[in-house]
Design a protein around this ligand. Structure first.
Ligand code: MN
Ligand code: MN
Length: 245
């Protein structure tokens, strides 16, 4: 059950509206890593979740994200308001100004409509929690960039609040995932093919113009990995050998 409380989770006050910044804020309103996407992703995952603890976590955070949507929408609207009457301000976001009358709508900063394609919902609890950890990290970095692009104190405070909550969510999703006690390399039930799973295919050769070459690290060396030269080039080498023979 949803209930609307006539109060923002964080009170937003701004100085001078900046319509161009208002346009950038839409990324967190109707964008891929925005608050509506987060709210819908966690809530729908929660509806599908049979684990009562994780379901509660998903529904709680999904609901908080809706409250974030309300904050970022209010903030964007304050910055976009001049697009209602000023031609110069309207140029910051013609879609908002001409089609939307200066109000926010579910588009990203480039005017692309919000889409359910943004959502990652697999119905596999650990897989979903990993998607959520990544989603929170993306939201955090977008907020950080927004903060870096405004000097308005009130705007920065609101964005700082929203950015901070994403780290809290990231931690809850991490701890929720850990609580399941699932080996991070065990996904689903069918085990990977032995031998094949240990092979790292080196699918590049040569040296690039800036000196790029094959690099060995823990992602392809040790840790049970076997470094295998490009299967495509191996085929060519075999053909060359056959031609000679
Ligand atoms: Mn949020
Ligand atoms: Mn979040």
């Amino acid at each position: 059950m949803y209930h609307h409380v006539k109060k923002l989770m964080f009170t937003v006050r701004i100085g001078e509206p900046e319509p161009r910044f208002g346009n950038m804020l839409l990324e967190q309103f109707g964008g891929a890593n925005g608050e509506l996407a987060a709210a819908m992703q966690y809530t729908i995952q929660g509806l599908n979740c049979d684990d009562p603890g994780i379901k509660d976590l998903l529904m709680d955070i999904g609901t908080e994200e809706l409250s974030h949507l309300e904050i970022i929408g209010s903030l964007a609207r304050m910055h976009l308001k001049p697009t209602k009457s000023s031609r110069e301000a309207a140029e910051a976001d013609p879609l908002v100004a001409i089609a939307g009358g200066g109000g926010v709508n579910l588009f990203n900063s480039q005017g692309n409509p919000w889409t359910a394609d943004y959502l990652k919902i697999t119905g596999e609890i650990d897989v979903d929690l990993r998607s959520n950890i990544a989603a929170e990290a993306r939201a955090k970095i977008v907020y950080e960039r927004l903060i870096n692009f405004t000097d308005d104190a009130g705007t920065r405070e609101a964005l700082q609040f929203l950015m901070t909550r994403e780290i809290t969510h990231l931690k809850s999703f991490m701890k929720g995932l850990e609580s399941l006690g699932i080996d991070p390399l065990v996904i689903g039930e069918i085990p990977p093919t032995p031998g094949l799973v240990d092979q790292y295919f080196n699918t590049s050769t040569g040296t690039g113009d800036d000196g790029e070459k094959d690099v060995r690290g823990p992602w392809n060396k040790g840790n049970g990995f076997r470094f295998v030269d490009s299967p495509a080039l191996k085929g060519l080498a075999d053909e060359a050998k056959a031609d000679k023979g």
